[in-house]
Design a protein around this ligand. Structure first.
Ligand code: NAD
Ligand code: 0WE
Length: 258
């Protein structure tokens, strides 16, 4: 069992009990980390209530709204960290969004606005969070983001999200090079398809999951818990020599050519 006692971890991207971020939060908590959680605020406060009661058993010492498109909200999160924690150790970036229209049909039909939205929320947000996190992160700290094979290979309908994940993966390398000298590592986990709020809204996800179950070396998909374990490893001293990498947690699917 990994021991992250005394480490402070900020986790973004929990929407419900199927979220990959929830799998990561549970594993980090189990390893002894102290958690801070952000949620996407909505007008009716539904997410605040839902995510709030979900994470309650993990006793987060911070629970803050954060729409990553809003600089003021991002600043407020790190102001809260500075006053509550001073410094912290772990940042989990586990969010993405593209307009639904842009996740189907011809890629060339992607609008300028749709492209901007997908890249802003799904790629730029990592750099924006890293910018604020940088002065507050302890030596030995780690940043982990979530990516998908669609950022490297063409996956039908992933479309503009593939471009966004490609930009995200390259951002990991630039951030790793910049933060390395202060002892902060930056890595990505490329997860295989998992049924979550985001993926379930995508047409044909069940067929894709069946394809992975038939093709991947392990003949199955991966779980949120397995992704959580890999994230905990990447955030731990066991991964002290690893930065700038994309770790595939996909039951081996990525190695297959046929
Ligand atoms: P999810 O719907 O549970 O999580 C997506 C999160 O993004 C939600 O919590 C949502 O609130 C948040 N979000 C969206 N727009 C935001 C904004 N403007 N500001 C702040 N937060 C915002 O789905 P998930 O599948 O757990 O997705 C988490 C990450 O995992 C994403 O980066 C996704 O691309 C990646 N991923 C998912 C799969 C999969 O098959 N589910 C596979 C590989 C990678
Ligand atoms: O990154 C993702 C999901 C990203 C996503 C999903 C949605 C659905 C609802 C981003 N934005 C939205 N916007 C919405 O309105 N995954 C890796 C899961 C996923 O999404 C796909 C996939 C897989 C796998 C889309 C097309 C093809 C495969």
């Amino acid at each position: 069992m990994l021991n992250l006692t005394g480490k402070k971890a900020l986790i973004t991207g929990i929407a419900n009990n199927r979220s990959i971020a929830w799998g990561i939060a549970q594993q980090l908590h189990q390893a002894g980390a102290e958690l801070g959680v952000t949620y996407l605020p909505d007008e009716k406060g539904r997410f605040e209530k839902k995510v709030g009661s979900l994470v309650e058993p993990l006793n987060p010492s911070l629970f803050e709204p954060c729409n990553v498109q809003d600089d003021a909200q991002v600043d407020a999160v790190f102001d809260a960290i500075a006053s509550k924690w001073g410094k912290f150790d772990i940042l989990i970036h586990c969010l993405a969004f593209a307009n639904k229209d842009d996740l189907t049909g011809e890629f060339s039909a992607t609008s300028r606005e749709g492209f901007k939205t997908a890249l802003d929320i799904s790629s730029y947000s990592l750099t924006r969070l890293a910018k604020s996190a940088k002065p507050l992160m302890n030596e030995g700290g780690a940043i982990v983001t979530l990516t998908y094979l669609g950022g490297v290979k063409v996956i039908p309908n992933y479309n503009v999200m593939g471009v966004a994940k490609s930009a995200l993966e390259m951002s990991v390398r630039y951030l790793a090079a910049e933060l390395g000298p202060q002892g902060v590592r930056v890595n990505a986990i490329s997860a295989g398809p998992i049924r979550t709020l985001a993926s379930s809204a995508v047409g044909g996800i069940l067929d894709m999951i069946r394809h992975v179950e038939e093709t991947a070396p392990l003949r199955r998909t991966v779980t949120q818990e397995e992704v959580g374990n890999a994230a905990t490893f990447l955030c731990s001293p066991l991964a002290s020599g690893i930065t700038g990498q994309v770790l595939y947690v996909d039951a081996g699917y990525e190695i297959m050519g046929m």
